[in-house]
Design a protein around this ligand. Structure first.
Ligand code: PLP
Length: 365
């Protein structure tokens, strides 16, 4: 029932002319291969690779797609680490990067004018959970000759399958919902077409970005419960949002499942669930501190997608790599808190957060 973990770094040849399916573990490993096969199957892709981190997946994709002088379009509120990669590539003069709001139709026109080589999509976006129309952006990008990669970390293939919507690549931090237990860092890239899949594997091997066997095993163990976990994550998020909506300490509540969310209809159309990432704004950094100090179930921590509930301040934690003016343009305020809703008892989670909101409200007087 459980696949073995192949720790061997090297594999014996059957004589000088007898190369087997595996020779060296960076290039190929049976445990990793099992993981890749499952991930590719879930996405309906042609192939891909599992990487040692989500950021390695981002970098491999950049190496595969980008050439000197190319233009990259990325969401203005993309994950801070991804922002740092594209920004660094631009600063070194390798590419130009434009951080745009891909949720607005005006971006499609910009794509047709600037003709980027790569359009990077994250939906729901991090941390404001804006929804981008994957099929529409892909159509505009393809018309302009661009390749589309979707970072699907926030929803997982259980809830959203970008390749089915036309994207060329789907990218993951498998650290999050895929592995799901906050005990392994990893990533993956799945390509829609066989040639791209081969190239992804070539770059993973060349850059030394492939996932190790034990990490692959842990990720596969997490995958077994991914649909069951996501059902509880989603239900808990819905319960929590209903419990806190309208609280006087809140200046904003972001969750695509809310009918008032600008991307609600689109999210309902293109995904099979709204996910368990919820962001709230309590108006100031001081109010955010008051809310977090005293939480019992939510842990103040970076990352997301594990079974435990986490809360973080994007401005000072996940998105700290962005300078203040860039944060402001992306709508990342000092009072913003991002919640990764876990699978604990929903009523307990709501009570914990409501107590925090009371502390924030008391501070604001
Ligand atoms: N993409 C998204 C949306 C993320 O949230 C993260 C990490 O938080 C990454 C990529 C990077 O993944 P990793 O931390 O596994 O390198």
């Amino acid at each position: 029932m459980v696949a073995p973990i192949y720790l061997s770094t090297t594999y014996g040849f059957d004589g000088l002319e007898g190369r087997g399916p595996y020779d060296y573990s960076r290039s190929g490993n049976p445990t990793r291969q099992q993981l890749i096969a499952v991930l590719v199957g879930l996405e309906g892709g042609a192939g891909g690779d599992a990487t040692n981190t989500g950021m390695a997946a981002v970098n491999v994709l950049a190496h595969r797609v980008l050439r000197q002088g190319d233009t990259v379009f990325a969401p203005h509120d993309c994950y801070g680490g991804t922002w740092r990669v594209f920004n660094a590539l631009a600063n070194s003069g390798f590419v130009q990067v434009e951080f745009v709001d891909l949720t607005q139709a005006a971006a499609y026109h910009l794509i047709s004018v600037r003709r980027p080589a790569l359009v990077w999509v994250e939906t729901p976006s991090n941390p404001l959970l804006r929804i981008t129309d994957i099929a529409a952006v892909t159509e505009a990008a393809h018309e302009a000759g661009a390749v589309v990669a979707v970072d699907n970390t926030f929803l997982s293939p259980v809830l959203q399958r970008p390749l089915e919507l036309g994207a060329d690549y789907v990218v993951y931090s498998t650290t999050k919902y895929t592995a799901g237990h906050s005990d392994v860092v990893g990533g993956a890239i799945i390509a829609a077409r066989p040639n791209d899949a081969e190239q992804i594997h070539w770059w993973c091997n060349t850059l030394g970005a492939t996932a190790g066997p034990f990490d692959s095993y842990l990720t596969m163990r997490g995958l077994r419960t991914m649909p069951a976990r996501l059902a509880v994550h989603n239900a808990n998020a819905e319960y929590l949002v209903a419990a806190i909506a309208g609280h006087p300490a809140l200046t904003a509540l972001y969750w695509p499942g809310l009918p008032s969310h600008p991307g609600h209809d689109l999210a309902a159309r293109q995904a099979d669930g709204f996910g368990a990432m919820v962001s709230i704004d309590v108006g100031s950094h001081q109010a955010a501190v008051a809310l977090c100090d005293g939480l019992e179930l939510f842990t103040v921590a970076e990352s997301l997608g594990g079974v435990e509930s986490l809360i973080c301040s994007p401005a000072t934690m996940t998105h700290a790599a962005m300078p203040p003016e860039v944060q402001e343009a992306a709508g990342i305020t000092p009072g913003l808190l991002r919640l990764s809703v876990g699978i604990e008892d929903a009523a307990d989670l709501a009570a914990d957060l409501l107590a925090g909101l009371e502390r924030a409200a008391a501070l604001r007087g």
